[in-house]
Write a protein that binds this ligand. Structure first.
Ligand SMILES: Cc1cc2nc3c(=O)[nH]c(=O)nc-3n(C[C@H](O)[C@H](O)[C@H](O)COP(=O)(O)O)c2cc1C
Length: 358
């Protein structure tokens, strides 16, 4: 794109800067992905405290033949007891997964009593146990059923409660991707997140962002791109290929908690060592508070594993996280881990970050 930024040395920097300028004044929707077993309320609290997200989506509540008690939804999404928001104020939409329209509708009505900021439907989960019971991505072979589920759930929700759906491109190939997207929107989904891979692709790169473009052209609701956005540069490429600026961040957000903030601010370069160090300093209290939050939630013997899981992902981007991970990796008990964190300047006496804290 020509313009005053064209004189900046280095074509890549110029291109990124031009893109940032193009979007200045335009709101980009940035969503925090649902990630079962990884991104629960405690990690959501940490990541949304760093900020940059319009809303987060919870791990899925699986609906299979029964009416789930309210406490079930509250357990998966403790934020429901706090206005449906994380401690930092980010709304958390609750995700549901299931295949029986009537049962999904009854459960959606039950969920609605807890006043979630939004409800999302999962048509992307590739897990064999879930798919065997006709849940998640396997339903992408049945667009008519997608329509019926969405319609039933939409009909059970009070007017004004946002309904979205998250889909993959298909089961084995993307031949019916547009048909599925249209079925979801015709059924009442007001926003679509497209994880740009098929179920068969699993989580293997690449993400086929060009299919997001095809879907966005075919439906009259906002379409959010998802898959393989690990850096602001990835976001730029995703936007170029998909034509969609709105993005849902999953593993990239966990590995790089400042990613959404950087995209939001148009800081599209990869941070240099000094910036990473500043980010690490800001992350330290959040890691300490994360450990406190995890301790409250899981048995002490499971807490070290949860910390290692996050630090291992942070190590993709942060040199200091790599060093920390090497030290905590062999440790088995919580007191050992807490002592090691202390040696790395990470206090664990911080108040736990969870939705309970305001
Ligand atoms: C550990 C893990 C758990 C996930 N759990 C869910 C889930 O509960 N619901 C859902 O819709 N997607 C789930 N996903 C998919 C992510 O939301 C996202 O679509 C996927 O990771 C691609 O985005 P990314 O490349 O930015 O990570 C999960 C992914 C991972 C890796």
């Amino acid at each position: 794109m020509p313009g005053p930024l064209g004189c900046v040395a280095g074509a890549t920097i110029a291109a990124f800067a031009a893109l940032a300028a193009m979007f200045s004044g335009v709101w980009v929707r940035l969503l925090l992905a649902p990630m079962e077993g990884l991104l629960d309320d405690v990690l959501r609290a940490a990541l949304t405290r760093v900020g940059g997200y319009d809303h987060a989506v919870s791990e899925f509540a699986r609906v299979s033949g029964t009416v789930l008690p309210e406490r079930f939804f509250r357990r998966i999404v403790p934020e429901l007891d706090h206005g449906g928001r994380t401690a930092a104020g980010t709304p958390v939409h609750v995700q549901m997964l299931g295949s029986d329209p009537a049962c999904m509708a009854v459960n959606a009505a039950r969920l609605a009593r807890l006043n979630p900021p939004g409800v999302d439907l999962n048509f992307g989960c590739p897990a064999p146990t879930v798919n065997r019971h006709r849940g998640g991505a396997v339903l992408l072979d049945e667009p008519e059923l997608l329509w019926r589920i969405t319609q039933a759930v939409g009909g059970a929700l009070p007017a004004g409660l946002a309904l979205s759906a998250k889909m993959r491109l298909g089961v084995n190939d993307p031949a019916r991707a547009v048909e599925c997207a249209q079925a979801l929107v015709d059924g009442g989904a007001q926003l679509l997140v497209v994880h740009a891979r098929t179920k068969a692709d699993g989580y293997r790169p690449p993400a086929h962002w060009e299919w997001v473009a095809r879907i966005a052209e075919a439906v009259p609701v906002p379409v959010v791109a998802n898959g393989e956005v690990w850096s602001a540069q990835d976001w730029v490429r995703c936007r170029e290929v998909s034509g969609v600026a709105d993005v849902m961040l999953g593993r990239g957000a966990v590995a790089d908690p400042f990613l959404a903030q950087r995209i939001r601010a148009g800081r599209l370069h990869e941070p240099d060592a000094a910036e990473r160090e500043r980010e690490w300093q800001a992350l330290q209290p959040l890691i300490g508070a994360f450990v406190c939050g995890v301790q409250r939630k899981v048995e002490a013997r499971h807490a070290p594993g949860r910390l290692k899981q996050w630090v291992h992902m942070l190590a993709r981007k942060h040199e200091r996280a790599r060093a920390l991970f090497a030290c905590i990796r062999p440790l088995r008990t919580l007191p050992e881990v807490v002592a090691e964190l202390g040696r790395h300047g990470i206090p664990c006496d911080a108040p736990a970050i969870a939705c309970a804290q305001t």
